[in-house]
Design a binder for this molecule. Structure first.
Ligand SMILES: Nc1nc2c(ncn2[C@@H]2O[C@H](COP(=O)(O)OP(=O)(O)O)[C@@H](O)[C@H]2O)c(=O)[nH]1
Ligand SMILES: [Mg+2]
Length: 362
């Protein structure tokens, strides 16, 4: 009996091994061999990386996904010490000052940090004697300051399509990655999505977007390297209209907010995206949370140039400066709509005030 089981297991293991070898061989033979060895190898690597990312995402979807709380561990750790000092029946001036400093270090901003702490203090003073009052008051203040924005991603209200979502920001903030993640989310929710490779500065930029398009099985429109980004976006919108797609997500080349000719180019892309069959319903500024207050300076310039409707705050997973969320909204009046918490396809979450404040404090 035992022997039968052992033999059975050995046969099963051998079968799995053979199947794995066959699959690997087939995949290898599918790698394009167009004579350009470097390109073929590059594409093969891209494909393998893409598959691994997809598998990781699928695993995350099946298993317990890391919570926002886990991803914000750095931001939370920066606040833990000062917050502990608030857990007293009588909170000292010194403890409140420490909290103010911690908020400033977390990039909430000087004036806003002081205002929040003053208001929390007044609130806590009226509940004197309760050791949980001070921390709860601070949480309430943060929640109130962050709340009250519409964070939905707008579509056309005339019932027509396509709607256009334009992504802008400096280089390396995560525009292309965010579009990739969001394309998957919207396609899974049943939208017809077309990606516009409006970053025509480097051929690699369109390749990167094409890889994300492949992962989500959505259509992509790209121009030749160096093509006019506005015309690529225009073509993508017309292609979406022709296919009856609901949504165009347009990538743009990263640019510094101080480069006036490039900001003018962005204004042109914005105008042209509206000209044909589509309507721009979102202009999303992608900000890297790790750049802190400098991100705020960028945000001001972009807001002035292209009427930003929302902010995507990326790399919050690696940042101790989660307070930039508060600063962006307080100083610009533009809501943070989405938060990037990792490099995987599933690592984009809608910004939720209560969840965020709890993740910072828990
Ligand atoms: N940790 C982390 N990395 C991110 C996130 N979003 C983007 N990235 C990484 O940031 C780098 C730049 O992203 P990319 O989309 O190319 O930026 P772009 O130049 O604005 O298009 C890439 O290595 C991304 O994987 C995020 O939310 N968290
Ligand atoms: Mg890019």
């Amino acid at each position: 009996m035992t022997l039968t089981i052992i033999v059975g297991l050995v046969v099963l293991a051998a079968a799995v091994l053979v199947a794995a070898v066959v699959v690997l061989r087939r995949r290898r033979s599918r790698v394009p061999g167009d004579g350009d060895g470097a390109t073929a190898v590059g594409e093969a690597v891209d494909r393998v990386v893409g598959r691994l990312a997809d598998r990781a995402a699928a695993g995350a979807a099946g298993g317990p996904a890391p919570s926002l709380r886990d991803r914000l561990s750095k931001a939370r750790a920066a606040l833990t010490g000062p917050l502990t000092a608030l857990e007293r029946t009588s909170v000292s001036q010194e403890a409140w000052t420490e909290v103010t400093e911690a908020l400033i270090r977390a990039d909430v901003g000087l004036a806003t940090s002081s205002e929040i702490v003053e208001a929390a203090r007044a609130r806590a003073d009226s509940a004197r004697g309760d050791p949980t009052a001070a921390k709860a008051a601070l949480q309430t203040e943060l929640r109130e300051r962050l709340g009250g924005f519409d964070r939905s991603l707008a579509r056309r209200s005339d019932g027509e399509s396509p709607s256009v979502w334009l992504f802008v920001g400096v280089n390396g903030t995560g525009k292309t990655t965010t579009i990739g993640k969001l394309a998957k989310r919207e396609a899974d929710a049943g939208s017809g999505v077309v990606l516009a490779a409006g970053d025509t500065f480097r051929a690699a930029a369109a390749d990167q977007l094409a890889m994300w398009a492949e992962r989500s099985s959505v259509h992509i429109v790209r121009g030749s390297a160096g093509a006019d980004p506005a015309s690529v976006v225009y073509d993508a919108v017309e292609s979406a209209a022709a296919r009856g797609a609901d949504l165009v997500m347009a990538d743009t080349a990263g640019r510094f907010h101080t480069e006036h000719n490039l900001m003018a180019e962005l204004q042109k892309v914005r105008r042209v995206a509206d000209k044909g069959s589509g309507v721009v319903t979102e202009t999303l500024l992608v900000l890297d949370a790790t750049t802190g207050q400098n991100g705020l300076a960028q945000a001001r310039q972009f807001t002035g140039a292209v009427d930003v409707t929302g902010v995507v705050l990326t790399k919050l997973d690696g940042s101790a400066k989660g307070g930039i969320v508060v600063a962006v909204q307080a100083e610009l009046g533009v809501p943070v709509k989405l938060v990037g918490v990792g490099e995987g396809i599933a690592d984009l979450v809608p910004f939720d005030t209560s969840e965020f404040v709890e993740a910072l404090f828990a």
